[in-house]
Design a protein around this ligand. Structure first.
Ligand SMILES: [Mg+2]
Length: 182
């Protein structure tokens, strides 16, 4: 595995129904930093691929989004961890190629790291994450955090299968690195 593609809200930080609009509203989920550290130590690059329509709706500026991400990067840095790249789609238009479930963000990341879809893995909590990955034949893990359990309860369309299901990001990363069963 040469690249990990991470959804943000519900995988890294607490998913808020009204979106994360400031650093005060950005709350990390448990064991996210150790999970990221494991990937850093294994020299596996990490790219965040996140829909942030909150910007397109005018509820958060691009600078505000940058500030939230700077805050996150600072937290990581203090713990000796890092994310390699963050890709955000700010559009509200479901037809936008970069807005998941469309695969544009994922393709940008794969292109940057020169990795083929089957050599990467996406970890997400929502159906649209799985759809974006399956559209380009990228393997995928659904975590139960964020919208994860609800996504499972609604039932997964056959098109996104097979997937691996893990309780959270730390378990997903452990699974990837140790081939443990989730
Ligand atoms: Mg999410």
């Amino acid at each position: 595995m040469k690249l990990v593609l991470l959804d943000r809200d519900g995988v890294i930080n607490v998913d808020r129904p009204d979106s994360v609009k400031s650093r005060d509203e950005f709350t990390l989920l448990p064991d996210v930093i150790p999970a990221i550290k494991l990937l850093n130590e294994a020299s596996i690059p990490i790219a965040i691929v996140t829909n942030q329509a909150v910007v397109g709706r005018g509820e958060l500026t691009r600078d505000g989004l940058e500030d939230i991400h700077d805050y996150f990067k600072d937290i990581l840095k203090k713990k000796g961890a890092f994310i390699d790249k963050i890709y955000a789609c700010t559009s509200t238009d479901s037809k936008n190629f970069h807005r998941k479930p469309n695969p544009g963000l994922l393709l940008d990341a794969l292109d940057h790291f020169q990795v083929k879809p089957h050599e990467a893995i996406l970890i997400g909590d929502a159906l649209r994450d799985l759809e974006a990955a399956s559209a380009i034949k990228c393997p995928r893990i659904l975590v139960r955090t964020g919208k994860g359990n609800k996504t499972l309860e609604k039932g997964l369309p056959p098109a996104v299968l097979p997937i691996t299901i893990c309780n959270n990001l730390y378990e997903a990363v452990s699974h990837l690195l140790d081939e443990e069963t989730c």
